[in-house]
Every structure is written in structure tokens, then in C-alpha cells.
Design a protein around this ligand. Structure first.
Ligand SMILES: [Zn+2]
Ligand SMILES: [Zn+2]
Length: 347
């Protein structure tokens, strides 16, 4: 099957040769731009209309979704099932609103609750979060700001309960267009990629993105002293998991279709290596250092406004350095410090 036949260039009109439509809607986040929702058109009249990801909960996104559907002679009411790639607000935010009009089902990975809980932790969890921020060397004002910013985002949408929880390798049966669920944790714990075997396409969510390297958000342990999932290490394993698939086209949630996912994964590897080297040199020159101190050096402009992604980048890469024996992590008076051991060899 050629790339044209699977609808790379034809998103705006329904084509008999293509089962896929794309509706971009604005996220309102500077630097992120639109999120792509994908439609799977029914094989025959009466079959289900499926929407992969919903867009963020905003009037602009709602309008864009309605306009995109109208262009295809469809309405929100026609949607039978939503499949989520993961539970971030730009993918999940409009689910409830769509459901209210269409009575559609919502299917998502069984770890969706973890992402929901991160957005809306129980009130008693705040102390634990402050403990971990302090452990990373983040001052109290910055930690409070991050927590209240997240609460504001969570207030904007309703976390609709899924009708079905997907497991790794589960097949989503769609007439003539079955999708295989590939669990790809890293960016978040419930991230999945959907694989369509006959047309050899991926719907990659935020796991594979053409213009930005996905941030692997650090997950705090759910209790003091608990095990922290190593998000970036999990992400590396998830990249290895999707690599062997012979994808002709990968449809990402942000940006244009990807025609060579292996080249993209290779480019992620190179930028990871560059970052590991930079952090290692920072530690060699100035260590021992807290995650926050490394973050201030590596992201002198971003750390103040984007503490969560900055901490995620530092902690994730330091996990990789620690696993390879290039640094040692020690706790000193309630704060983590990274101690330089050696510099990773360039590839
Ligand atoms: Zn995401
Ligand atoms: Zn996203």
C-alpha cells in the first residue's frame, strides 16, 4: 500500500481509499499549537464512527471540532466511540462534552487513573508533593506555583469515566480496521500507540512527535519513600517496543504525519546523548548538585516558569546517567545531590 492510499495528504475530504480523517483543534498552549484528533470512518453505513483523542476543553477547540466534522458532513452526535492515546487534557478534555451530545463510549488504557490522579491528587497528598519538591531542591514558592497551576488546568475539564479499559496488546475490533493497542509508558503512564496492521499505520499520540521531543513527566511516588517510576527509562523501552513495526505512516497528536519513525527515534537518541553529556559536564564542573541546581544551569530561561518539565528532564536524564554508572545520587539533609563519576562516551 502506498503512502498516498492511506491518506497522508488527504485529510480534509473523505476519500473512498482512506479510512482516516484529521481534525486539528487549538490547545491554546504557546509552543504546542494544535492537537490532531483522528477519525476512523465506518467501513459501511451503520458501522461506528470513531474519534481518536478529543482536543482540550475550550470554546475554541469545541468550535474547531464542530467545524472539522461539518466539513466532512458529520456532527458530534455521530461519534460512537472515543479512543484515547492518553489522559492529558489536550487529548481528553472534551470527552465529557462529546459524550453529552453523542452518548459515545470512551475507551482508554487501564492506567488512565494514574494520569487523572496526578492532575487531581487527594488533598492530603499536597504535603507529600511538597516533600518531593523539597527533596529535588525546588523552593516552596515555586512548588506552590506548580501545584496551583495544575489545579487550574484540572478545574477546566471533567475526567469522564471510561467504558472500557484497554490492556497492552489488546485488539480494538473495528470492521476492516482493527487497531492493536501498544502500551508505551514514558511520556505518561497511560500512553498508548495504536497500530493498524493492514494499512501499516501508527496513531502515536505524544509518544512520537515530529517537531518536539516528548517530555517524560516525572511521577512522584504515591507514598513517602515509595518507588519513583523512571519515566525516561520507561520511554526508552517504549521506543524500542514500537521500532520493529513496519510503519508506512505515523499519525502524531501534534504536527504533520511522520514517514520514517526509525529516523525520528534515532534523532531522539542523539538529542538524549547530547543532553546526557551536557549534564555530566555541569556536574563535573560544579557538583555535587541538586536536581534544581542542574535545572537552573541547563535551562536558565525556562526553569522558573516550567518547573515540572524542567525537573522531569533533569531527573530522567540523571536516572540514565546513574544506571550507566556516570553519577551517584545521595540524599543529604533532605535534599538529593548528584555526584559526578564519569563522562558518557560520545556515540
Ligand atoms: Zn501528552
Ligand atoms: Zn499532547
Amino acid at each position: 500500500m502506498s503512502k498516498e492510499e492511506v491518506g497522508v495528504t488527504r485529510f480534509s475530504k473523505k476519500e473512498s481509499s482512506s479510512r482516516i480523517g484529521r481534525i486539528p483543534t487549538p490547545t491554546g498552549y504557546a509552543g504546542l499549537g494544535d492537537i490532531n484528533s483522528y477519525l476512523i470512518f465506518p467501513e459501511q453505513a451503520g458501522d461506528e464512527l470513531i474519534l481518536i483523542d478529543t482536543g482540550i476543553c475550550s470554546d475554541d477547540a469545541w468550535q474547531a471540532l464542530n467545524d472539522g466534522l461539518a466539513e466532512l458532513d458529520l456532527r458530534v452526535e455521530d461519534i460512537d466511540r472515543i479512543l484515547l492515546t492518553h489522559g492529558h487534557t489536550d487529548h481528553y478534555g472534551q470527552a465529557q462534552r462529546i459524550h453529552e451530545l453523542s452518548n459515545c463510549q470512551l475507551w482508554a488504557h487501564e492506567n488512565l487513573w494514574l494520569t487523572n490522579e496526578r492532575m487531581r491528587p487527594p488533598p492530603e497528598r499536597k504535603e507529600l508533593e511538597l516533600y518531593y519538591y523539597a527533596l529535588w531542591g525546588v523552593d516552596r514558592a515555586l512548588a506552590d506555583k506548580a501545584i496551583s497551576r495544575r489545579a487550574k488546568i484540572a478545574d477546566r475539564y471533567h475526567a469522564m469515566e471510561p467504558d472500557h479499559l484497554l490492556k497492552d496488546n489488546e485488539i480494538v475490533a473495528i470492521p476492516g480496521f482493527d487497531l492493536k493497542t501498544i502500551h508505551t509508558p514514558g511520556h505518561c503512564p497511560d500512553e498508548v500507540v495504536y497500530w493498524q496492521e493492514d494499512t501499516q499505520v501508527f496513531f502515536s499520540g505524544d509518544h512520537l512527535l515530529p517537531n518536539i521531543t516528548p517530555v517524560c513527566l516525572t511521577q512522584m511516588p504515591r507514598e513517602k519513600g515509595g518507588v519513583r517510576p523512571r519515566a525516561l527509562s520507561e520511554y526508552q523501552a517504549s521506543l524500542a517496543k514500537v521500532s520493529p513495526y513496519p510503519a508506512l505512516v505515523t499519525y502524531p497528536s501534534h504536527g504533520a504525519p511522520i514517514t520514517d519513525h526509525l529516523a525520528l527515534i534515532e534523532s531522539y537518541g542523539l538529542s538524549t546523548d547530547r543532553r546526557l553529556l551536557k549534564i555530566s559536564r555541569i556536574l563535573e564542573a560544579g557538583g555535587p548538585m541538586t536536581p534544581m541546581a542542574v535545572g537552573k544551569e541547563l535551562f536558565p530561561k525556562a526553569w522558573e516558569e516550567q518547573i515540572v518539565p524542567v525537573m522531569s528532564e533533569i531527573i530522567g536524564h540523571c536516572d540514565l546517567l546513574e544506571d550507566a554508572g556516570h553519577l551517584v545520587e545521595r540524599e543529604n539533609k533532605g535534599v538529593i545531590e548528584y555526584h559526578y563519576r564519569s563522562t558518557p562516551a560520545p556515540r
